[in-house]
Design a protein around this ligand. Sequence first.
Ligand code: NAI
Length: 462
Amino acid sequence: MASYDVIIIGSGPGGYVCAIRCAQRGLKTAIVEGRETLGGTCLNVGCIPSKALLHASHMLHEAEHNFAAMGLKGKSPSVDWKQMLTYKEDTIGQNTKGVEFLMKKNKVDWLKGWGSIPAPGQVKVGDEVHEAKSIIVASGSEPSSLPGVEVDEKVVVTSTGALELGKVPKKMVVIGAGVIGLELGSVYSRLGAEVQVIEFLDAITPGMDAEVQRQFQRLLTKQGLSFTMGAAVQSVAATKTKAKVTYKLRKDDSEHTVDADIVLVATGRKPYTDGLGLGALGIEMTKRGQIAVDAHWQTNVPGIYAIGDVIEGPMLAHKAEDEGMAVADTVAGKHGHVNYGVIPGVIYTHPEVANVGHTEQDLKEAGTAYKVGKFSFMGNGRAKANFAGDGFVKILADAETDRILGAHIIGPAAGDLIHEVCVAMEFGASAEDLALTCHAHPTYSEAVREAALACGLGPIHS
Ligand code: NAI
């Protein structure tokens, strides 16, 4: 038995970042992980591998669609799927090894195996029980399926199976037009699959700015994805090589079927708490199966904390990381803080989509008077040179004070551009503060400045 200040269960972005911060605070720290490699869902079967496939397939798309116009002639590359998977695996390996290195560098012990909490102050891994003053649960989430749909990870897959298909399918049906469905749907569409997305609601990517939703759906449709909206999937019948998806259209209750080689179920994720022993400890859960925590990420059992996808809030790696740092500060006796009003969201399709803060829908509901500054990438010289003029930046600012309340970007490098707005919001900046900040020319970031200018006297280039 070993004794620690902190034991963290789960080595995803929430857990490993928390471990490093605990070590930096001088706490004796261990991390429990049952997978062969560190990094959790994000590094092993989520964010990182999907970004590798998005990058590779985007390169192909560029070669097929834009190279000739730039005077780059010749045959477009063909897809060597096996090599693409090797590239993806190499990318995973570099990242998971990187986390292992960081654990060693920070003298964090890796307790290999699946952990449980037999009693407050104790973590069991395999046959060994370790002691800890603070225990932090960072066990993440898992895909949630639908009633009537059995996932085999071969023909009917979640994001995990979709990252290692035997070959590029001819026809893929994606259930759910959320982040996972659209990112992975884009990958396979670019690689040559016919991709049909079936979505329950009437708009894609629930919760996003409505104008962005419409433009995003238009652009994806132009790229070849097809959308069946307002459709509830009832069941999926699968053989070893094919599947039949049955759905009902909400508008008239009519039933339809569609055949597919692969069905990707992307209808959300749920907290993963199996085997932790939380029930026996009397740890309170929310109605949605999340671990209930207070403002300091502590459960109702003193000394047991939880962060990331197992608690409420957006299931995002960076939200978990922020909570990981903040809870580490808290257990070290400092003041950990997360500003939940400034957590960006990014969809890594092409173009990228990013948002932070309020949407117009939110502000209308809250009765807040706001103004809108919008600028199209068509007016951005760099974007035009790079065939990236599709999309816009929209900044929402308080009608009276000019304080920035939110930003919504669809366009090139949106996932990077959003962060200058995040920093501005952290500092309580006005749209004018952003508008009067010098932005280098020619960069995509000028579109952000122009949107900020549009909240005042008006943009320059439109
Ligand atoms: P999601 O919650 O984003 O979207 C699920 C979609 O499925 C919704 O639009 C919903 O209306 C639809 N749906 C549900 N039941 C349905 C049915 N019976 N028939 C048709 N449509 C149905 O979930 P997703 O995409 O699976 O992602 C899970 C989590 O992972 C999210 O919280 C997401 O933020 C996170 N994630 C984030 C990424 C990023 O930040 N780039 C990448 C991948 C995942």
